[in-house]
Design a protein. Structure first.
Length: 167
């Protein structure tokens, strides 16, 4: 008869992690940190447009790696309620942090809300919480439609005036 020790939970095998994925995430975070520091010390850095690929590679790469992590978790456990809840909860936290912390820090209490990368990441994770239940081919179609149709959605707003320009 095998006796269970009080530390049996601590003796469970560790979950497998992909060191290469963690290394890439760490590298992108380090480059992103350098980029953010540059923004604070270089007045002209904040004037670049987000459509300039040379200035916006960190966030898309980090989001791509987050998507790879979600897909690997999906491959391991499949469409589960826990995975969906995890993505929805993390997405809500990121969106909340963008409003509560980042906006407060950048606007110094002025009542102006400007959503940024954390908010977009949070919304994306909430969308993935629902898309976990879709077939991979349907997710591919939705992703392709987003990539191909996003420029068409933005195009009319490039020369808009008034409230549409602010949007």
């Amino acid at each position: 008869m095998k006796m269970s020790s009080p530390n049996a939970v601590l003796m469970e095998p560790r979950r497998m992690r992909l060191n290469s994925l963690d290394t890439w995430r760490g590298l992108v975070i380090f480059i992103m940190m350098l980029d953010h520091v540059r923004d604070f010390f270089n007045r002209g850095a904040m004037m670049s447009t987000p459509t300039e690929v040379g200035h916006t590679m960190c966030a898309p790469t980090f989001l791509f790696l987050a998507g790879v992590g979600i897909r690997l978790q999906y491959e391991k456990v499949g469409p589960t309620r826990e995975l969906s809840q995890f993505l929805a909860t993390r997405g809500m936290w990121l969106a909340f942090l963008d409003f509560a912390v980042v906006n407060t820090a950048l606007n110094f209490g002025r009542p102006f809300f400007f959503v940024q990368v954390l908010y977009a990441t949070g919304l994306s994770m909430m969308a993935m919480a629902a898309m976990v239940w879709m077939r991979p081919s349907a997710v591919l179609v939705v992703g392709g439609a987003i990539v191909l149709l996003a420029p068409l959605a933005i195009l009319p707003q490039l020369h808009a005036t008034g409230a549409w320009h602010s949007l």
